[in-house]
Design a protein around this ligand. Structure first.
Ligand code: ATP
Ligand code: MG
Length: 371
């Protein structure tokens, strides 16, 4: 899909990128990581010809980018950077609509597209009329992502897009980003200097040092077999734990051990059904399948009548489909829950994940004690 062939870029005497050979797969996320100044941004910018190499060639779907008009080329590529550079005097709507308007789509189609994209990045339509200054950093990055996707480019170049976001919002954005990619399947090159982000988001990781490619492989292969000491140091001490963090809650979600009921279902009715099935948890869903609450039979206490009370909660703890097993585990431990509902980005219930399932996985991965 994207192929770097012997790419070298110098700035004066300094070599920024040295003889880079790299083939990036279609529809996957490649993370580009390495220390500051190792040539990540330069490598990225050569794809949309913001920087031209001194030597070598870059092919997209087999065609050299130097045979294409740079303007045409750039319109097929979405570009997302840190502190995004939204147009401050344009509304959110107009920012996202920028490229479709350049492509001269009709306004009706543009309107549809903008609203679809805002929904995808989980901003409701009330944001369309706001201006960038009225948004949080995380919301601005979402708008930036929506804008980059507006003309439906095949390729997305992202240069530390979440770098300036605080850790909690970064987790939320990473989660949303993975779900969006599940839908859109773009070819994404994503620069980061955060190894946890690389492990979490990448299908493959390309590690650079001083302008050279040090290792390029799947995340699990890199974790299992770091090429050298430099990569080992980059990965840090807890490689086993990182391997566990590659596994997602959705892969362990099961549709058993609970019942679902409409959010206005009667308590007595739910208790009866739970007792008949020998279960203790009922998740309450609205008509779109969105998790609105839960009932559970509190087996630790007894009423004077001898029966266990049934308790209603309006906002049960939950994890998202792409939440890693490590995060899921710490959420369970933190809240003292042995199972958590797994929901989509929109809050739709897709199953539950059980603590035992995580323990089984931990045993298989062989996470050492205290890791
Ligand atoms: N326009 C430029 N003029 C001169 N030197 C440049 C230019 N752009 C980049 N360089 C140099 O090229 C090298 C690679 O820079 P690049 O921006 O690709 O690094 P990076 O890996 O993205 O770093 P960071 O993590 O800090 O963003 C650096 O030594 C940098 O100083
Ligand atoms: Mg950079």
């Amino acid at each position: 899909m994207i192929e770097y062939r012997n790419i070298t870029k110098r700035f004066g005497q300094d070599i920024a990128v040295n003889n880079l050979d790299l083939v990036l797969e279609k529809g996957s996320i490649t993370m580009l990581i390495g220390p500051s100044g190792c040539g990540k941004t330069t490598s990225l910018k050569m794809v949309n010809r913001l920087v031209d190499p001194d030597e070598g060639d870059i092919l997209i779907n087999g065609t050299s980018i130097f045979d294409l008009n740079p303007v045409t080329l750039r319109r097929q590529i979405g570009y997302v950077i840190q502190e995004i550079g939204l147009f401050p005097h344009y509304s959110v709507f107009d920012n996202v609509a920028t490229l479709p308007r350049l492509h001269k789509w009709n306004e009706e189609k543009i309107k549809d597209r903008v609203h679809t994209l805002l929904d995808m990045v989980t901003l409701d339509s009330s944001y369309a009329d706001k201006y960038p200054l009225q948004l949080s950093g995380g919301q601005r990055q979402r708008v930036g992502l929506a804008r980059a996707l507006a003309a439906d480019p095949e390729i997305l170049l992202m240069d530390e897009p979440f770098g300036a976001i605080d850790p909690i919002n970064r987790l939320v954005l990473q989660q949303a980003f993975l779900e969006i990619q599940e839908e859109i399947k773009k070819t994404i090159v994503f620069v980061t200097h955060d190894i946890n982000e690389a492990v979490k988001l990448g299908d493959k990781i390309a590690i650079m040092n001083k302008g050279e490619l040090v290792q390029y492989d799947t995340v699990s292969e890199i974790l299992a077999n770091p090429a050298d000491e430099f990569v080992e140091n980059l990965l840090g001490q807890d490689r086993n734990l990182k391997a566990l963090s590659l596994k997602k809650a959705k892969s362990y979600a099961v549709q058993e051990g609970y019942i679902t009921a409409p959010e206005n279902a009667e308590k007595a009715h739910i208790r009866k059904e739970l007792e008949e099935k020998g279960l203790i948890i009922a998740y309450l869903l609205d008509s779109n399948g969105i998790l609105k609450g839960r009932y559970y039979i509190d087996t630790k206490t007894k009423k004077p009548s001898g029966e266990h009370p049934i308790v209603r909660e309006t906002a049960p703890f939950r994890v998202e489909r792409n939440t890693s097993l490590t995060e899921t585990l710490s959420k369970m431990l933190e809240h003292g829950e042995k199972r958590l509902p797994v929901v989509s980005r929109n809050g739709r219930l897709s199953g539950v994940i059980n603590l035992e399932a995580i323990f089984e996985e931990v045993e298989q991965v062989g996470v050492s004690q205290g890791a």
